[in-house]
Ligand binder design. Sequence first.
Ligand SMILES: [Zn+2]
Length: 390
Amino acid sequence: MSEYEELKKYLEKNKKEIKKEIKEIVQIDSPTYPALGTNKVIDYFSKKFKLFEIQSKRLKGTKGTGDHLLVTIKGKQKNKSKILLIGHCDTVFPLQTSDKRPFKIKGKTAFGPGVADMKSSLITCIHVIKFIQEKYLEKVGEIQILFNSDEERGNPSSRTIIEKLAKNTSAGLIIEPARANGSIVSARKGSVIGKLEVNGIAAHSGVEPEKGASAIYEITKKIAEILKLKVKNGNINVTGLMGGDRPNIVAEKAECLIELRASEQSTLNKTTERIKKIVAKKPFVPKTKSTYKIIGQRPAMEFNQKTNVLLKITEKIYEKARMRFSHTSTGGGSDGNYLSAMGVPVLDGLGPIGGSLHTDLEYLQLESIPRRGAVLGTLIIQLSSCSEIK
Ligand SMILES: [Zn+2]
């Protein structure tokens, strides 16, 4: 029996337990903040790994996030490639969501906060790892697994951990859910989020409007110019526009957020410079002053030659399993962006299949778990002996 078949059989055999565990952790609400919920999820997995006799190390969260969990499996082969798996314990849903909207199964579909993004991925992952530890240790080298607590907020705490691990990694596998059509993710856009602030001069709008300088007029002019920028394989979204106060006062302050996304890092860099130039230009409304500050960014996970090597191996696994293979790029970011920016080839979307992520309709296709888990495990084993990625 092939590794894929063996793994799939094992996951099918344990599907009751897997379902029970998914329910258990979906019922632990774990927004990024406060750290309470994610710490409970980390507690849960610390215990599981101990039970599986797999070593794990708890890494203290910083900047108000929960802790992270780093697991290391030392395979018996010293010269094999080093594989890093990353998943996240946080969800976008606030505390108490699971009281209002508890885990439930309807036919072949499961629902609940974070059921697909990505609590079922985490459970699938630990069973795949357990199986490799028990049966395939002689075929792999070092495997590390990072469960972080802050991905949904752009990794304020775990980014440095990911970048450090990247230095010792041959290939990265991210267990975000697969797309609704089963596609895995081979590229992700990067993003730059900036805040534009305009300071003007307040004045009575009826008595002496000429003494004022409208921050709102200026910011709308700047926004119009910024939105005209052409972004190759990307786009700009302006939001969070605020300014002024009372109708009889010329607006003294205005601000907005500018989110830029693009597939290539060079486009992100170039467009950011263009935005800065527009902001620094002579104001349209005299005596106003504009500033632009970057408040968050995620590098692009670019498709490259090494990604292709990973894809070829994955495609063969699919072929052998008689499954339809497809991969795609997406606009959303993940842990994979940071890993990829460090020069590590990355495949993403390797979790079970789900959809309507980040909404009340989020769902998971329960039947996809054995298949997807078997692909993930086979990929770990085969990449371990791939010399092209070392
Ligand atoms: Zn996610």
